[in-house]
Design a binder for this molecule. Structure first.
Ligand code: BES
Ligand code: MN
Ligand code: ZN
Length: 504
């Protein structure tokens, strides 16, 4: 999953033990001011730093860095100064980002580093140091399992260690436990998204979710027979053109009171989306190995909730299929019957995600009667046209849930923007000969008509939100805490939603 990075916590005096091959990383603000421990560690190199800052026009802007190689007066290979901008009032997501920036400055050639959990305002709190550490781990991730021919000089050292130096080692370690659980969930999601579709087909995806059992998650896999019995004709229709069998996986974490209704998370897991008979053009089709990012997020989230022993009952349900053109594939014009009993005229076999969700959303609502449902799906190109890669599109029948998701988004930096739903859009998916059709008929409002389609399978008054993550789930903007193609987007957002509102 990631280069063997050994992350630890230690005292500020750890810097003294670095030696001539180590890297020392400290923070300064936009007035080039250091905290006391950092200033002390710099000692006689302070003047050198000031001169280098001037030469490099380094002003301590947030996330910017100044690097000094074999700095005179310090027994280290490299000194890295990272700017925090204004040091007052930094939020959790900013400490995360600083940790990512710090990890980014631990060069592949270095085997040992120390980063000071201190700003110009003084030592970071235990929580802040733990946020920093989480940022380190998220940044350290690389999907390199298929890189077999790297030359020795390009390989990272077999053992790399980074010590987070803090005034409160025990406190930081404790605060880090839950964050490590969440970080591991994000990395798990990234691994699933990055994995190619010849390896990660539906059965293999289902098999990998069994790893969650180790953390106390109950995992149940529904095979074709079980799905047929339930009447999941919409989901099964999508998978019927593939030699790989479809699966539904149900994951349950019971950390709350027995009598409490669960919160539910649902994911689109299209292991590869060729478009089916309505086949996609060749350009960038390879990206469609990531069309299961919604399902990957749900798996990572369940892992995270269990790892940090969240005081909540949560279910994760994912529909896993492969959308292929084949002699047995579904055709445009076909009519399928969903588990809800509603019939669907297939206009375009490339609008397959909503068909998968139709059955898993209905199934989840009926079986678990959840407090709310959030589904995630790389559902439409249209949402990328609307929002780019900065926000995921959010569609919801519930203002309270929407507001909470928006707040959790702002706190974590995984942003969501609410989009409209209404009767006029809903009408656009009426069919002449079936209960509905699977596209809106034109490209206009394509993300909205897709959401309207899903809403027809949200029974009754269950609070529901649909997150269209086509722009954020993969190939996303590289950031201080992610350099990977698969982003693991949504794990931190939904973990935060649960932590802030549903564990009391
Ligand atoms: N998986 C795609 C959406 C997608 C496109 C995700 C690009 C990420 C990047 C989805 O199944 C799809 O093909 N949607 C169609 C719907 C259309 C046929 C109504 C689309 O967006 O073009
Ligand atoms: Mn498609
Ligand atoms: Zn798709």
């Amino acid at each position: 999953m990631t280069d063997a990075l050994k992350l630890g916590f230690g005292p500020f005096t750890s810097a003294g033990k670095l030696g001539s091959s180590g890297v020392l990383i400290v923070f300064c603000d936009d007035g080039l001011k250091f905290g006391a421990a950092s200033a002390k560690a710099l000692g006689s190199a302070t003047g050198l730093v000031a001169r280098a800052a001037k030469t490099e026009r380094f002003t301590g802007k947030s996330g910017s860095a100044l690097e000094l190689i074999v700095p005179g007066g310090l027994n280290v290979a490299r000194l890295v100064v990272i700017g925090t901008g204004k040091a007052a009032g930094l939020e959790a997501k900013e400490f995360l980002k600083l940790g990512g920036a710090a990890m980014g400055k631990l060069p592949a050639s270095a085997s040992e580093g120390v980063v000071f959990a201190e700003t110009s305002k003084g030592a970071m709190t235990a929580n802040q140091a733990a946020d920093l550490a989480q940022g380190v781990v998220l940044r350290a991730y690389a999907f390199d399992r298929y890189k077999t021919q790297r030359k020795d000089e390009d390989k990272p050292p077999a053992k790399r260690s980074l010590t987070v130096a803090t005034g409160d080692i025990a406190g930081a370690r404790k605060a880090y436990e839950s964050r490590a659980g969440v970080a591991y969930g994000v990395l798990m999601a990234r691994d699933l998204v990055n994995e190619p579709a010849n390896v990660l087909h539906p059965e293999e995806f289902a098999r990998r979710t069994l790893a969650l059992k180790k953390t106390g998650v109950a995992v149940e896999v529904l095979d074709i027979e079980a799905m047929k019995k339930l009447g999941m004709g919409a989901l099964l229709g999508v998978g019927q053109g593939s030699v790989r069998e479809s699966r539904v996986v149900v994951m349950r974490w019971n950390g709350g009171k027995k009598s409490d209704a669960p919160v539910a998370f649902i994911g689109k897991g299209v292991c590869f989306d060729t478009g089916g008979i309505s086949i996609k053009p060749a350009a960038a089709m390879e990206d469609m190995k990531g069309d299961m990012a919604g399902a990957a997020c749900v798996v990572g989230l369940m892992q995270a909730l269990a790892a940090r022993k969240a005081k909540v009952n949560a279910v994760g349900v994912i529909g896993i299929v492969e959308n292929m053109p084949d002699g047995n594939a579904q055709r445009p014009g076909d009519i399928v019957t969903s588990m809800s009993g509603q019939t669907i005229e297939i206009i375009n076999t490339d609008a397959e995600g909503r068909l998968v969700l139709a059955d898993v959303v209905w199934y989840t609502a009926k079986r678990f009667k959840p407090k709310f449902m959030v589904d995630l799906a790389t559902l439409t190109g249209a949402i990328i046209v609307a929002l780019g890669q900065e926000y995921a599109g959010m569609f919801s029948n519930d203002d309270k849930l929407s507001e909470r998701l928006t707040k959790a988004g702002e706190a974590t930096g995984e942003l969501v923007w609410r989009m409209p739903l209404n009767a006029a859009y809903d009408k656009m998916i009426d069919s002449k000969i079936a209960d509905m059709k699977n596209t809106g008929g034109s490209r206009w409002g394509g993300a909205i008509t897709a959401a309207q389609f899903i809403q027809r399978f949200v029974s009754g008054k269950t609070p529901w939100a649909h997150l269209d993550i086509a722009g954020t789930g993969f190939d996303s903007r590289s950031s201080d805490i992610n350099k990977s193609w698969g982003s693991g987007w949504g794990v931190r957002l939904l973990d935060r939603l649960v932590a802030d509102y549903y564990e009391k």
